[in-house]
Structures are given as structure tokens and as C-alpha cells.
Design a protein. Structure first.
Length: 247
């Protein structure tokens, strides 16, 4: 581990962590892009858009039911747990995740923005009421609300806006954080793809954790290449030693 990186992280006053599908890869959840990525076998516009859902809710829900069955068996991995430890180490901490799998919350992280929603939540297409739906597999596809209307997953599809509370919280922390660790994202989906540059523009320090270079590597102050389940626990261990915190 690069000592300079640890020294700089140890001085952080306000830490922002951003995660993408890569953090959950070691929990057995497929990522979207890359060799085994989900979008290799499925067309995003057929499955993750409002148009697709309105045209064919069964197909969209069948795909999500399949993803829910994988996520339902998954457990937080050492990368998720290390991020929880980072939360406990810094007074000002926020996690922005693009993941809809809920694994960060299951690892105990409290200060979290699920900017693309959560696959365990559903929203009534008539009343907009949001509730949890934990059935695996779903009892009926598409699932229906008590009012009889079709339920949709409470996630952000391509072409949809991020909920304003999630954006407000994110922009607020982007203004004040001095350090960003960005983990396991290909950095191509907006708005999150622009966040590392915003932190840099505000004079902040950016560390990337990924198994391979991404567009973020070009602006990151340091890139730590490896599985997040290996790299993040190491970062935590070094920080603990540097700050004199017992495990
Ligand atoms: P991607 O699938 O685009 O990228 C996953 C990233 O994780 C890649 O850069 C991999 O190199 C990296 N990676 C894979 N395994 C890793 C590991 N063990 N440790 C560290 N890094 C690893 O996923 P996202 O960037 O999250 O949006 O995708 C962003 C959004 O695009 C998703 O939230 C989703 C998708 O379409 C919606 O559904 C709205």
C-alpha cells in the first residue's frame, strides 16, 4: 500500500465513498459491463427503461426477479465491511452507491445515498406509494399493489431523473468533502461519473479502487488496483495503525 495515500487519507476531515457494481462482484453479483457483464447478454433499453416497462412489464420483472434471486443469496463481502469501518473512523462520512442490491445497508452503513434506488423497494404506478417487497421468487409477475395497479421496482432506469433528495444530499457532500474513494465503478453513467471531477475541482483528493483502469484513473490522485475485497480491508488496516485505533 502506498504510504502517501494512507497519510493523505488519515488527514481527511470529510470522507465521501462512491461505489458501483464492482464492490458487490465478490458477493457473487454480476457487474453490468465487462467480460461477464449483464449488459453483454441483455439490452439495457429492453430492460431498464420506462418505455420497456410500459411495453412489457412481465419481461422487465422477470429479469429483476432473477437479479433479486441472486442478490437474495448474497452476503456483504470484506469490501462492504471495510466501508462500514471507514464510516466509524471519520466524523463526516457519506457513501453514495449506484448499487440497488442493499448490501451496504446490510453491512451496517448508516450514512448512505442509494442514488439508483433499491431493488427490494417497489412503487405503485398509480398512487406512487413506496413499499418493500421481499418475496423470492415473486408470487406474481408483474406484482400488483392492493389498489390493483402494477408495481414497478423503485429504481432509476435509463432516462429517468435521480430523486431530488438523493441529488441534494450528494451535491451537498460534493461541496464539502475533501477526500473521495471511488470503488468498483466503470465511471461512465451520469451523474456519478462526474462526481470525481467535482471533488477535484473543489481541491479534494481522489483515490480509485478497481481491478482495472477506468476513465476515473486519469483524474484520480492515486489508483489502487485489485479486488475491493482485498484492497479496502488493507486501507482500513493501515489507517487504523496510522491513527492508533485498535481493531
Ligand atoms: P459496471 O459494471 O459498469 O462497472 C463495474 C466496475 O467494477 C468495472 O470498472 C470493473 O472493473 C470493476 N470491478 C469488477 N470487479 C471488481 C472487484 N472485485 N473489485 C473492484 N472493482 C471491480 O457497474 P457500474 O459502474 O456500477 O445503473 O454501473 C453504473 C450503472 O450502470 C449501474 O448502477 C446501473 C448500470 O446500468 C442503472 O441500472 C440505472
Amino acid at each position: 500500500m502506498n504510504e502517501k495515500v494512507v497519510e493523505r487519507l488519515a488527514q481527511a476531515k470529510s470522507l465521501l465513498v462512491i461505489t458501483g457494481a464492482g464492490i458487490s462482484a465478490e458477493s457473487g453479483i454480476p457487474t453490468f459491463r465487462g467480460a461477464d457483464g449483464l449488459w453483454k447478454n441483455y439490452r439495457a433499453e429492453e430492460l431498464a427503461t420506462l418505455d420497456a416497462f410500459e411495453r412489457d412489464p412481465e419481461t422487465v420483472w422477470q429479469w429483476d426477479d432473477w437479479r433479486r434471486s441472486i442478490i437474495g443469496k448474497a452476503e456483504p463481502n470484506p469490501g462492504h465491511l471495510a466501508i462500514k469501518e471507514l464510516e466509524d473512523m471519520f466524523e463526516s462520512f457519506l457513501l453514495i452507491t449506484q448499487n440497488v442490491d442493499g448490501l451496504h445497508s446490510r453491512s451496517g452503513v448508516k450514512n448512505i445515498v442509494e442514488i439508483h434506488g433499491n431493488l427490494w423497494r417497489v412503487r405503485c404506478t398509480r398512487e406512487g406509494k413506496v413499499s418493500m417487497l421481499m418475496d423470492i421468487p415473486l408470487k406474481s409477475i408483474p406484482p400488483k399493489c392492493d389498489c390493483g395497479a402494477v408495481l414497478r421496482p423503485d429504481v432509476v432506469w435509463f432516462g429517468e431523473s435521480i430523486p431530488s433528495y438523493a441529488l441534494d444530499l450528494s451535491f451537498n457532500i460534493l461541496e464539502q468533502c475533501d477526500t473521495l474513494i471511488v470503488v468498483g465503478t466503470s465511471g461512465v453513467v451520469y451523474p456519478v461519473a462526474s462526481f470525481p471531477q467535482t471533488v477535484k475541482d473543489n481541491g479534494g483528493y481522489v483515490v480509485e479502487v478497481n481491478v482495472e483502469p477506468t476513465p476515473i484513473s486519469a483524474i484520480a490522485d492515486a489508483s489502487l488496483y485489485g479486488n475491493s475485497g482485498d484492497v479496502l480491508p488493507m486501507v482500513v488496516k493501515w489507517l487504523r495503525e496510522r491513527k492508533g485505533i485498535k481493531a
